[in-house]
Write a protein that binds this ligand. Sequence first.
Ligand SMILES: C[S@@+](CC[C@H](N)C(=O)[O-])C[C@H]1O[C@@H](n2cnc3c(N)ncnc32)[C@H](O)[C@@H]1O
Length: 219
Amino acid sequence: MTYLPARKLYQEWAATYDDPSNPLIEAESKVLAGILGEVAGKKVLDLGCGTGRHAILLAKAGAQVTGVDFSDEMLAVARSNSKGLEITFLNAELGAVPLEEPFDLVLCSLVLSHVPDLLPAMKEMSRLTRPGGRIIITDLRTDHWFRKTRKIRKFGNYVTDGFKHTLSDYRTAAAATWLKLECLSRIYFDDAIVARFRWFFYLKYIAVGYAFELTKQPA
Ligand SMILES: C[S@@+](CC[C@H](N)C(=O)[O-])C[C@H]1O[C@@H](n2cnc3c(N)ncnc32)[C@H](O)[C@@H]1O
């Protein structure tokens, strides 16, 4: 296994990231589709947007979308994938987004296991959400890890840094940033996925990820 820091990993992975054989992405998409709700006419920020998987669906559903990511290579694929749609893409760190105007919905999908501390990213999500607006965070489940950090296998034989965040870490970061945790959904591999990836059968019963729905409280 070759170690790459996250930004370098996504630089290498960008060209093949959209390969549809990633079961976590498939399982997460299904859960997210159930909780996104109506987005037409809403201002949506997709933080860590990658190749634009969600940004594109949201724009097609009528949302006004801005996608932010720290990888130029992932953003280049997102721009190419979204030709004909009006999506603004921007290179920035999760914890320092150079935008001011608040959004109705902030989405941060499959990103936070890459950051050691939830607080800088959650602060930005809170700052960039209008009072009463929603935040949806999805991620790989890391709360059952024994250690705070682990090399997580990403694409091919590459590994990168992964950071454990417990549910209580999320609650603490939410409370510190005026966010109210409204709902937590667990992401499992369903029968359709398990039929294709049989060795993951136990992941029908053990969550592979979480989806958090939060609201921004009035100051
Ligand atoms: C697993 S991909 C998820 C992409 C997209 N949200 C999706 O669900 O398909 C993680 C993305 O987060 C971005 N990322 C990771 N750490 C970041 C950081 N500190 N600041 C900005 N983007 C980051 C990576 O470049 C990558 O595009």
